[in-house]
Design a binder for this molecule. Structure first.
Ligand SMILES: [Cu+2]
Length: 95
């Protein structure tokens, strides 16, 4: 009986985890970013944003002055991504 209870608890836990994985909400945002001048800058921004949890991909583009980020809305907010860009030494507004 004890074994069955443990197995049942395990089953419920696994089911809940699988459920959580399905409810992740992936968003893609293009964030205007100023101050990047070369591919080195792109790498700096990318590395900083990638440190955050829930980031699926980052594409920094110094020509178009954008950072395109794909992230899980349940784990990280757009504000956190923007803060990471600023933290890396770049700006969100032109000026
Ligand atoms: Cu640079």
């Amino acid at each position: 009986m004890k074994t069955i209870t443990i197995l049942l608890a395990l089953f419920v836990t696994i089911t809940l985890f699988a459920g959580n994985a399905e409810t992740e909400k992936i968003r893609t945002k293009v964030i205007p970013t100023y101050g990047m001048h070369c591919s080195g800058c792109e790498e700096t921004v990318t590395a900083e944003v990638m440190k955050l949890e829930g980031i699926k991909s980052v594409k920094a583009d110094h020509i178009n002055k954008t950072v395109t980020v794909k992230y899980d809305d349940k784990k990280v907010t757009l504000e956190q991504v923007k803060a990471a860009i600023v933290n890396a030494g770049y700006k969100l507004t032109d000026g």
